[in-house]
Design a protein around this ligand. Structure first.
Ligand code: FA5
Length: 343
């Protein structure tokens, strides 16, 4: 077989091999076999030295031309394989933009936070600052500085989770009153609210939870009166339960306020006429409040001769229960989507 025939034969086996190559890996193998170091073309090239000098240029040229043709054939096949695989992918991953979009479920703000945020908005609008305090609190802040010394019987009103003799889970948000007044150094007027979680060793039932939320309010200034407290609480009642609500203050007892009151709002179910929701009284209790006790002002560095204050503390779950007619406080914590989705 002369060189010419030899190269033709090689080219036709290459063409067959390319026909059978369907992937890039197949193509690599074919390329190595026909153009690599061990390829027949390379072997022929190595034998060129055995030819007479005058035949070598023509022989070399033929081999090189063959090399170029082989490379071009391989390149054409590569292009075909790539195009075929791209087309297959496009077919497989085709997106029908006219299909309706999937219905993604988005979350929403929990009803507890909705209530807290709306009360925060209301008070920020009245010039209050929003403060926070620690949930792990000292006995000093949670009780003693609030006029509740160690053996005070009123400590029983708030059954406490103690961590050590002097550390506890706060039973109310009132220690934030003390922290803020101490922070202000007994000099500046105070106007704050403080939302947060509190903890009590209460047995869980429809209206009690061992962990619940309160929003505390405190105003201290040189000309603060009970009627300021009443006006402020009326605004809260209207914002939460509607413009027509009326409020009523009943005498009560808290060691940290004097006088102390419990605040009722006219029942939104019967408009104050009397129904099963308000136990025929026409009113529903929403919070505790009062004028800050002189001992509390003194313990926090404020001179009671110069400053007076009012304070209040409301249970957020109870407000939400009244607002939305929820019969069991445990719904707020079981994370049942059927409940959460309603708000
Ligand atoms: C207090 O906690 C006082 N610190 C409130 C206060 C602040 C009075 C400032 C005066 C001045 P009381 O223990 O009543 O008060 O709790 C306040 C509110 O928290 C109650 O009206 C009720 O709405 C809610 N609450 C009390 N215990 C629970 C409980 N176990 N589960 C859910 N809510 C509760």
């Amino acid at each position: 077989m002369n060189v010419h025939e030899q190269l033709d034969a090689l080219e036709s086996t290459l063409k067959k091999a390319l026909k059978n190559a369907n992937t890039k890996a197949d193509l690599q193998d074919v390329k190595a076999k026909y153009l690599g170091k061990k390829a027949e073309l390379s072997t022929m090239m190595r034998h060129m030295k055995d030819l007479p000098a005058e035949e070598r240029p023509a022989f070399g040229q033929k081999i090189n031309q063959a090399k170029q043709r082989f490379a071009a054939l391989i390149e054409t096949r590569r292009h075909e394989i790539e195009t075929a695989s791209l087309n297959a992918r496009l077919k497989e991953e085709r997106v029908d933009v006219t299909l309706p979009a999937p219905n993604y479920r988005t979350g929403r703000v929990h009803v507890m936070n909705q209530i807290v945020e709306s009360i925060e908005d209301l008070f920020i609008g009245m010039g209050y600052l929003v403060k926070e305090g620690p949930e792990i609190e000292s006995d000093l802040m949670n009780f003693e500085k609030l006029n509740l010394p160690k053996d005070h019987p009123a400590r029983d009103m708030q059954d406490t989770f103690y961590i050590s003799d002097d550390t506890l889970l706060r039973t109310h948000t009132s220690p934030v009153q003390i922290r803020t007044m101490l922070d202000y150094g007994g000099k500046k007027p105070v106007k704050i609210i403080c939302p947060g979680k509190v903890y009590r060793r209460d047995d869980d039932d429809a209206t009690h939870s061992h962990q619940f939320m309160q929003i505390e309010g405190l105003v201290v200034d040189t000309n603060t009166t009970m009627s300021d407290l009443k006006g402020t609480l009326l605004e809260v009642a209207k914002a939460m339960f509607g413009e027509d609500r009326k409020i009523r203050l009943r005498p009560s007892y808290f060691p940290f306020t004097e006088p102390s009151v419990e605040v009722d709002v006219t029942c939104s179910n019967c408009d104050g006429v009397g129904c099963s929701v308000c136990k025929q009284t026409g009113y529903i209790e929403i919070l505790g409040a009062g004028m800050v006790h002189n001992n509390v002002l003194k313990a926090s560095g404020y001179d009671p001769e110069q400053y007076q204050g009012f304070a209040f503390g409301m249970g957020v779950e109870r407000i939400a229960m009244l607002k939305y007619g929820i019969e069991d406080i445990r719904h707020f914590y079981t994370n049942d989507l059927r409940f959460n989705k309603q708000f």
